[in-house]
Design a protein around this ligand. Structure first.
Ligand code: TYM
Length: 340
């Protein structure tokens, strides 16, 4: 089984990224051939500073390695190092419906947040994401809940490509991938506005816990987390703040909602919030320590990413060559060679 996922080098990684995605990446290294990519090309679709993008890329690489990605057990690389991603994006754009792109929630949200330019890249972002996965014929894509619509679209793109260009193939050229979502922790919400997902771009600063935040900052964020007027620690639609805290603690402990609810049946909100903060601080402490060791050595980070890109390229190149050939573009395999 092959696994693929990608993460943006924008902003700073937060607890939602960590619980919803990064922990899954680490676990999936033992479940198959895992391929993970930092998507620098995706990061160019909104306004950004080139020098800062490079900094954030190293930050993100160091966070992922600190969290447990092991280059000996997975392929870890930078998207922009492997040109097959961009080529396949163009090829797949011919089997992507404009109407489908136009329905993407993330496009609407991000387009609405732009002051000046809404780039065409922001609109075609989901095709690049489809190309990321389809270039590796990946079977499973571990992601957070907010990526569901993008995953559905990449499945449609793969199916449409197979039906259009290889209708009779015994083995379809592109694998139709499946999204995999954590049962608990696929959607971590903002601590201040628990109706919104935690995010460094769309959420509140006070309601966002960063992987690299100091323990006292983390504690403060949880202590001030919005709850409701009741006093019971249980999950309910009218208690989004408490429900989110229960979900965070269950995910961090690797337990379930019921055991968190029963452990805190007699607790007050204040004590419960401090317990969640303590668990998160403990979970992030080793990641932060390891990050401090890894981040300064950019040469070592580059070496890991470059070696990963070579391995990624070796997998993606023949897949993209086959796509090109099936579409009838590029070098003609029947007319190449010394006699042609
Ligand atoms: P990105 O960089 O925004 O987020 C990285 C991962 O974190 C998950 N996530 C969350 N999970 C739970 N709760 C939250 N509040 C939360 N916020 C973010 C995301 O679902 C994601 O899994 N388009 C993707 C990057 C991408 C990609 C790919 C993913 C590019 N190519 C190919 C999978 C396969 C993105 O922007 O993720």
């Amino acid at each position: 089984m092959r696994i693929f996922s990608g993460i943006q080098p924008t902003g700073r990684k937060h607890l939602g990224n960590y619980i919803g995605a990064i922990e899954q990446y680490v676990a999936y290294q033992d479940r198959g051939e895992a391929i993970y990519c930092i998507v620098d090309l995706h990061a160019t679709t909104v306004p950004y500073e080139p020098a800062l993008l490079r900094e954030r890329l190293y930050d993100t690489a160091a966070v992922l390695l600190a969290a447990g990605l092991d280059p000996a057990r997975c392929i870890f690389f930078r998207q922009g190092d492997v040109p097959e991603h961009t080529e396949l994006t163009w090829l797949l754009s011919s089997v992507t419906a404009f109407g489908d792109l136009n329905r993407m929630h993330q496009f609407k949200e991000k387009a609405g947040a732009q002051r000046d330019l809404v780039s065409a890249g922001l609109f075609t972002y989901p095709i690049l994401m489809a190309a990321d996965v389809l270039a590796y014929r990946a079977d499973q894509v571990p992601v957070g809940d907010d990526q569901r619509q993008h995953i559905e679209l990449m499945r449609d793109i793969a199916q449409r490509f197979n039906a259009r260009f290889a209708p009779d193939a015994a083995t379809p050229p592109l694998v139709v991938p499946q999204g995999v979502y954590r049962e608990i922790g696929a959607r971590i919400m903002d601590l201040q506005e628990p109706e919104r997902k935690m995010s460094t771009t769309g959420g509140t600063e006070q309601g966002t816990v960063l992987v690299l935040d100091e323990p006292k900052t983390i504690e403060r964020r949880f202590r001030r987390a919005v709850t409701d007027s009741g006093s019971e620690i249980r999950r309910a639609p009218e208690k989004p703040g408490i429900s989110n805290l229960i979900e965070i603690l269950a995910a961090v402990r690797g337990s379930d909602f019921a055991s968190v609810e029963s452990d805190f049946a007699d607790a007050r909100y204040g004590d419960f919030k401090l317990a969640v903060a303590a668990a998160v601080i403990e979970r992030l402490r080793p990641v932060q320590e390891r990050y401090a060791e890894l981040r300064p050595d950019e040469t070592a980070l580059e070496a890991i990413l470059t070696a990963g890109a070579e391995k990624a390229h070796a997998i993606a190149a023949p897949v993209v060559a086959e796509v090109r050939e099936l579409m009838g573009v590029g070098p003609n395999p029947r007319r190449s060679g010394p006699d042609s």
